[in-house]
Ligand binder design. Structure first.
Ligand SMILES: NC(=O)c1ccc[n+]([C@@H]2O[C@H](COP(=O)([O-])OP(=O)(O)OC[C@H]3O[C@@H](n4cnc5c(N)ncnc54)[C@H](O)[C@@H]3O)[C@@H](O)[C@H]2O)c1
Ligand SMILES: [Zn+2]
Length: 350
């Protein structure tokens, strides 16, 4: 016998964002069909008060603390959480709710997609990066021996709830991270949104709530449009990698000395310079000014300018071929095209 069976999977993801939406969590979970028995997965230490309050709103949900930051995205943590869920009496009807930054949403999304072959997953992002990017689109994962997201699945969250009031406690250094990703999306996808960001940049930097709400709304619209068109990164989703081809290489090369958002800002500018034949100088200038207004770095750090190291890291990109790495750059503001990064162009870009 030789027959093929075609499955269609219609996943639905609801996104509710705004000031004060935390109070709507019980109602939103009910509308999702979630029964009692949510488990709130949260950063260790930093978010205890918020976690306790959310757990109480959900009728005394259990909290499961995982290590803060990238250390959470580890196989040992998956095993530990599995044991904890069993001890808490969670079962297939339980909901896993991630409350924290992208490390918590990435970890919890992964756990929810494999634990008991999949349970309900709610993402509650508390950083601008998680709200504008990581909690949207269903990519999740954990790291293996320092290789980022080596194990992961694509599994849309059933619900994303982002209370913008949660962002108030974010340190300034983390505040602009998410907005750098919004700049990235607008630069290759949407000229009108890019122009709005140019108008809002200084207000964003000053942590103006209205400007942040507008930028977050644009991020959700742009990211979800791309993800709906291409969930598993066969084509259009690659556009979201602008700034990440060189940016990721820099992030690994810098071994924790630079934050992701800083590397993406520097990565975008380096990629534009590396593709100088495609990216007009006027585009590079607008991008540079916008990132400066946001407070992101724009000068390549001398300490991390080792071309050999950066090139060998850039070539680890999944789409790399022997001596070229495809990357996306804006040919005009709002319109990204695929170009090829070579070692020579990388060297010239630094
Ligand atoms: N899945 C995706 O599509 C995607 C996209 C982008 C990034 N990511 C992942 O996201 C992760 C980074 O996420 P991140 O930048 O949010 O960092 P993070 O999750 O590591 O959190 C950074 C720090 O912020 C603290 N924090 C979180 N919320 C806070 C708040 N409201 N107030 C004060 N402190 C708070 C945390 O305790 C932590 O110390 C990376 O692992 C990255 O791979 C995933
Ligand atoms: Zn990023």
């Amino acid at each position: 016998m030789d027959r093929s069976f075609e499955f269609t999977r219609r996943a639905q993801s609801r996104v509710v964002v705004g000031a004060g939406v935390e109070s709507r969590l019980p109602e939103l979970l009910r509308e999702l069909g979630a029964g009692p028995g949510a488990v709130v997965v949260v950063h260790d230490r930093t978010m205890a008060t918020l976690a306790d309050r959310v757990a109480e709103r959900l009728g005394g949900a259990h909290c499961l603390a995982i290590p803060t930051g990238e250390a959470a995205k580890d196989l040992d943590q998956v095993e530990a959480a599995t044991r904890a869920l069993r001890q808490l009496g969670a079962d297939r009807s339980s909901t896993l709710l991630a409350l924290g930054g992208g490390s918590v949403t990435d970890f919890t999304g992964f756990l929810a997609s494999i634990w008991l072959r999949g349970v309900r997953f709610v993402a509650c992002p508390t950083t601008t990066l998680a709200l504008c990017d990581a909690s949207l689109g269903g990519k999740n994962g954990i790291d293996v021996e320092g290789r980022k997201n080596e194990l992961g699945t694509v599994r849309q969250p059933d619900l994303v709830v982002g209370d913008t009031d949660w962002l108030a406690t974010l340190p300034d250094a983390l505040w602009c991270e998410g907005f750098v990703e919004v700049v990235k999306m607008a630069a290759v996808l949407d000229a009108a949104h890019f122009a709005v960001l140019e108008r809002l940049a200084l207000a964003l930097r000053a942590r103006d709530a209205g400007a942040a709400a507008k930028a977050i709304e644009m991020a959700i619209a742009m990211k979800m449009a791309v993800v709906l068109a291409d969930e598993t990164e066969r084509d259009r989703r690659r556009w979201l990698n602008f700034g990440h081809t060189i940016g990721h290489a820099l992030e690994t090369h810098a071994r924790g000395a630079l934050r992701h958002g800083e590397c993406v800002a520097l990565g975008m500018l380096a990629e534009c310079r590396a593709a100088a034949a495609t990216v007009p100088n006027a585009v590079l200038e607008r991008l540079t000014r916008l990132l400066q207004d946001l407070g992101a770095p724009t000068a390549w750090p001398r300490a991390f300018a080792d071309v050999e190291a950066l090139w060998s890291l850039a070539r680890q990109d999944k789409k790399a071929r022997a001596d070229v790495v495809p990357m996306i750059v804006p040919a005009v503001v709002g319109n990204g095209v695929v170009v090829e990064l070579t070692k020579e162009r990388l060297a010239a870009s630094l």
